[in-house]
Design a protein around this ligand. Structure first.
Ligand SMILES: NC(=O)c1ccc[n+]([C@@H]2O[C@H](COP(=O)([O-])OP(=O)(O)OC[C@H]3O[C@@H](n4cnc5c(N)ncnc54)[C@H](OP(=O)(O)O)[C@@H]3O)[C@@H](O)[C@H]2O)c1
Length: 357
């Protein structure tokens, strides 16, 4: 028997990716979907039409058959008694009330920031900090809920935390400087206008840099006595929006406590690839990390399909002379796959295996 799941925010950029990621899933079956009042009452295929009536399916390929005629519900019409899990992909202000309402009865996996910074809420990246999932039990007890809220990080934090994890553990990464070149789809279906982003770079994304700083420290932190102790790592970043459709690229400089040889970095990531906890789960890629010595990689157009968007690509690894010990590198991470919807499905698979769903 598959677990019955609902997608909230199903018409949005991340919601559409959820629809695709859950198509023919071996363990989860989408039985209910919801969005705002604007979409409620329509069949899915009609709810995703834009104002001029064009079907705005942004994932690529065909809309899966299972969803085309499914009715889009309001939040209040969702029947929690017939569900095992909620996937939430709504903007954070609306998400706060919605996720609170559902977590009273059910597990909620969220791509929004609504709960990320609460003391009894872990920010989970499957394969990076699985052990912090134990905090969900504390959260349940604290709030007297039957469920919990498990958020993923901001999609820009995801690639950074994934690539820093081995460097933090093995070499003691202590200071990080990062500049992101973030895709248009990261802003959601109405995030940036075509006129604003074409032939342009937007040098500011509201609230993004603070999120990356805070989340990285929490994700790489340690769960101790029912709380997460933030990692002792300082992060400075500049987040920009560039005219790329999907996938965030980041330029990273890391100062480490121990000497770090860029030539050995590849081996470090290869070792992590072999030991990754999520290996073999239905949404896990064959390689969690891809490492390139060709200095012309990573490129969004070449990397975004690798591992169906679930592989994080690293390239341009060089010694950084500004620090006594340190390296610089570039990374690519798919914001809608590993960075949100499909990453959330992988998180659900990891939590299912831990008997939390
Ligand atoms: N885009 C990314 O790459 C990305 C990556 C990581 C995390 N996130 C986070 O994921 C969440 C969703 O992002 P998105 O990019 O998919 O946004 P989006 O494209 O703007 O979609 C928002 C979705 O939420 C629905 N919605 C809005 N207000 C609602 C309400 N009051 N009740 C019920 N549904 C409501 C919308 O429904 P209607 O269509 O009916 O308006 C739509 O389905 C955000 O919190 C975002 O920060 C996004």
């Amino acid at each position: 028997m598959k677990k019955k799941v609902a997608i909230i925010g199903v018409t949005g950029a991340v919601g559409q990716e959820f629809v695709q990621s859950l198509n023919d899933h071996p363990w989860f079956e989408v039985t209910q979907i919801a969005a705002s009042e604007r979409s409620a009452g329509k069949k899915y295929v009609d709810a995703i039409r834009d104002d001029s009536g064009i079907v705005a399916w942004d994932v690529g390929g065909e809309i899966p058959d299972y969803i085309k005629d499914m009715p889009v519900l309001t939040i209040d019409e969702i029947n929690v008694a017939e569900l095992d899990l909620i996937f939430s992909a709504v903007e954070s202000q609306a998400a706060r009330d919605i996720e609170t309402k559902f977590a009273k009865d059910l597990p909620v996996i969220s791509t929004s920031s609504a709960y990320r910074y609460e003391e009894d809420v872990p920010i989970l990246i499957p394969g990076v900090n699985d052990e912090q999932a134990e905090l969900l039990e504390v959260q349940k007890k604290n709030r007297d809920w039957k469920g919990w809220v498990a958020p993923l990080p901001n999609c820009t934090t995801t690639g950074l935390a994934i690539t820093l994890k081995p460097l933090f553990e093995k070499y003691g990464a202590k200071k990080v400087m990062m500049t992101s070149m973030q895709a248009i789809s990261g802003g959601g279906k109405t995030g940036v206008s075509a006129m604003g982003i074409t032939d342009n770079i937007l040098p500011y994304i509201p609230k993004e840099e603070g999120k990356v700083r805070k989340e990285t420290r929490k994700i790489l932190g340690k769960l101790k006595d029912g709380k997460i102790e933030d990692a002792d790592i300082r992060v400075s970043c500049t987040c920009t929006r560039v005219p790329v459709i999907d996938g965030h690229t980041e330029s990273v400089f890391v100062e480490t406590e121990k000497e770090i040889d860029p030539a050995l970095a590849k081996g470090t990531y290869e070792t992590y690839n072999k030991e990754i906890s999520v290996a073999g789960l239905p949404s896990a890629p064959e390689d969690y990390y891809a490492f390139h010595e060709d200095p012309t990689r990573p490129q969004p157009r070449m990397e975004r399909e690798v591992g169906d968007g679930m592989t994080t690509t690293i390239g341009r690894v060089e010694k950084e002379e500004l620090f006594d010990n340190g390296i610089k590198y570039m990374l690519f991470s798919h914001n809608k796959k590993m960075g949100s919807a499909k990453g959330a499905v992988l998180l659900a698979e990891m939590l299912y295996k831990k008997d939390k769903i």
